[in-house]
Design a protein around this ligand. Structure first.
Ligand code: FAD
Length: 456
């Protein structure tokens, strides 16, 4: 079977499902170990409750189920010591001046924070600022002491079935897919919703109107793209329909993320009769099985994120990046695990060739639009009415956004690289771990389907 990607994106014609599954068999134990055992990768600070949906009144879509709730770390003792308020408080002094963008420019070969750790009296949690860099694909989650963020233990808040659904969820997914409708007359938000603060100003107003009155054409396009068996091979008639590679990639990322979320909630489903968490085969059958395009898009995302993780490897090798535990040996252990994962990811050649994007035809002019649309998807996460879904929605959009940033903004030739924040790195590896879990879950579901067929 060979349907992960378009010929032109995956160099060796296709990375087969089997190749990716084999990789996943190797990488998953290391990845799981990394995100489950290190403080660095298992804690995420984000603004989960204080941002209103910028696009519509989300009062109707709120999920009251207990499974939707997120347990935040309100107790200082539960927060890794280096990130406690006391440590953050120290940052108010003169030493607190974390290396700004100038520092980064002085070390253009370092996409990660260059000089953090005890040598410079810095805390690892401070980010440069909460402004979106021009090259960000996501609205930045600010970890600084002054922002109203909450620490969340990702281990204590696993992504799973919550019961969130109905009109609220549908509205969010519809709006997400509408972002895919690149149109000749650029959407108003694509140029000017770049601010991370997205005040309810004119641009948001415009976007609301776009959402309300999205044209028939946009709707048709979204529906057409959702049809099973829609070919995504670069050389199909799609070009004739003005679907360039970049637009197809955008759609695949979104649909693959949706498929991955469906896989998680079907795998970790609450049996309301027994009260047990267990896989739900009919959930899988109704959302994923037989939807070859959705499965293909999920594998596509796996390939894309694998490539991004592999590309980051060389930047994480040296001691220039500390993993913020405040403990040198723990930092080293975390680095070693990270490198195991990045090396494995790099061992599969030609998995995804990002250099083919944004180069031909209207490609170069699409990049900014692509980025802006992805940022809007990350803003839409504040419209998700279930705290747990919003938490993981934010992590995963940030993870994909980071992968896109690594793929398209780190130019190996020029040596100019964007800064990566701690939240981005944590989101990237957790998203990879989630995709890895999706592949495993789908493999198990397939076995169940086969087993059932054998009995019948
Ligand atoms: P939905 O999944 O809501 O899909 C809506 C429509 O989109 C479908 O009818 C179909 O036409 C189309 N579609 C479905 N999948 C794809 C795909 N892969 N590609 C293209 N088109 C597709 N629920 C939980 O229980 N736990 C969670 O952690 C969770 N996280 C969420 C995160 C976000 C950001 C959002 C928006 C929702 C989340 N939900 C979560 C809700 C969940 O995704 C579904 O919306 C809900 O279960 C209702 O499902 P549904 O069957 O109505 O179809």
């Amino acid at each position: 079977e060979c349907s992960v990607s378009s010929k032109s994106i995956v160099q060796d014609a296709c990375a087969s499902y089997a190749t990716l599954e084999k990789l996943n068999g190797n990488v998953k134990p290391n990845l799981d170990h990394l995100v489950r055992t290190s403080d660095f990768f298992s804690h995420y600070r984000l603004n989960l409750f204080n941002k209103a949906c910028p696009f519509w009144d989300d009062g109707n879509g709120v999920c009251g189920n207990i499974a939707c709730a997120v347990e935040t770390l309100d107790n200082e003792e539960d927060i890794p010591p280096v990130w406690r308020a006391h440590e953050l408080g120290k940052l108010e002094g003169p030493l607190a001046k974390h290396p700004g963008k100038t520092e980064q420019r002085a070390h253009p070969d370092r996409p990660l924070h260059g000089k953090l750790g005890d040598e410079v009296g810095e805390s690892c949690v401070v980010e440069y600022d909460d402004e979106c860099d021009d090259r960000d694909y996501c609205v930045v989650e600010d970890e600084s002491a002054t922002s109203k963020g909450d620490y969340v233990s990702l281990l204590r808040n696993p992504e799973r079935f919550t019961g969130y659904g109905g009109e609220g969820a549908k509205q969010v997914w519809d709006a997400i897919y509408r972002e895919n409708c690149f149109q000749k007359s650029s959407f108003p938000h694509s140029a000017n919703l770049g601010s991370p603060l997205w005040p309810a100003g004119p641009a948001v107003q415009d976007f609301k109107q776009v959402l309300q009155s999205a044209g028939r054409q946009a709707q048709l396009q979204a529906e057409r793209l959702r049809q099973p068996n829609v070919p995504f091979v670069a050389s199909t008639g799609y070009e004739a329909e003005d679907e360039c590679l970049e637009k197809r990639v955008f759609y695949r990322v979104v649909s693959g993320m949706h498929a991955s979320i469906s896989a998680h909630l079907c795998w970790d489903f609450l049996n309301q009769t027994t009260g047990e968490w267990q896989p739900n085969l009919s959930c899988y059958l109704s959302r994923l099985h037989g939807f070859s395009d959705r499965i293909s898009n999920l594998y596509f995302n796996y390939a894309l994120v694998t490539r991004a993780v592999a590309k980051l490897g060389p930047f994480m090798r040296g001691p220039q990046y500390t993993f913020c535990t405040g403990d040198r040996s723990e930092d080293e252990a975390t680095r070693a695990k990270v490198l195991e994962v990045t090396n494995m990811a790099a061992a599969v050649p030609n998995i995804f060739d990002e250099s083919l994007m944004f180069v031909n035809g209207e490609g170069p002019s699409l990049k900014e639009d692509f980025r802006a649309r992805f940022r809007n998807i990350s803003r839409l996460m504040d419209c998700v009415g279930c705290d747990k879904c919003r938490l993981w929605g934010k992590i995963q959009t940030n993870g994909y956004g980071t992968a896109l940033k690594v793929l398209f903004e780190i130019d190996n030739n020029s040596g100019e690289v964007p800064v990566l924040k701690r939240t981005e790195l944590v989101a990237l590896f957790n998203t990879y771990a989630r995709l890895s879990e999706s592949l495993r879950a789908i493999g198990e579901f397939r076995k169940m389907v086969k087993g059932r067929a054998a009995v019948e």
